[in-house]
Design a protein around this ligand. Structure first.
Ligand SMILES: [Fe+2]
Length: 197
């Protein structure tokens, strides 16, 4: 089974001015595609060939883990955004208020975490089924919290390739823009799936 490029649910120009079409063209059309091509070359004729992407990420290491995880990470990232921030579904709102004082506080915590992260990596909003609470996690390079048994609801790319064309060194402005373009219905889908597992 090959790993395929998932279709973007919005046009390449639809996140402007937060992210330019040019930047998205590079990020989605080049970086994301390169990870997919590299992962496909590495799974060819191996035991990973018939696994789902998530299973590959949970069971691999080295170059295959790095490339497969980056495919999953980017799939989550591009789905975590919408041309306009969507309304927060009730189930997600309840979850947010059970874990933070308010939705604003959650966003502030994401902002702090993402701007404090050193180097390449990711900021995640995760649901911990063991505690029933939301948490914010940072990971370096390609790491994804699903390998720790956590449910990922949203992901923010902190690799410079995700913001350098539009923001250069101003990561904080990029993170602010992300927080204004969250697709909460995507977070809800993963939360509901975790509850029914
Ligand atoms: Fe990226």
């Amino acid at each position: 089974m090959s790993i395929f490029l998932p279709e973007l649910k919005y046009g390449l120009d639809k996140l402007e001015p937060f992210l330019s079409q040019r930047a998205l063209d590079f990020h989605y059309g080049k970086h994301f595609v390169n990870y997919i091509n590299a992962a496909n070359a590495l799974i060819k004729d191996t035991e990973f060939d018939n696994m789902s992407l998530r299973a590959i990420v949970k069971n691999s290491d080295g170059a295959l883990f790095n490339n497969a995880a980056q495919v999953l990470n980017h799939e989550i990232f591009f789905n975590s955004m919408a041309p306009q921030e969507t309304a927060m579904p009730e189930s997600v709102r309840d979850l947010v208020l059970g874990s933070f004082n308010s939705a604003e506080e959650l966003k502030e915590q994401i902002f702090k975490s993402a701007t404090a992260h050193f180097g390449s990596g990711w900021t995640w909003l995760v649901y911990d089924a063991a505690t029933g609470k939301l948490e914010i996690r940072n990971t370096g390079n390609a790491a994804n919290p699903i390998t720790e048994g956590l449910v990922v609801l949203l992901g923010l790319d902190l690799w410079e390739h995700s913001y350098y064309l539009d923001y250069q060194n101003r990561r904080a402005d990029y993170v602010k823009g992300f927080l204004e373009h969250i697709d909460w219905s995507y977070a809800e889908r993963h939360y509901v799936r975790a509850l029914t597992r």
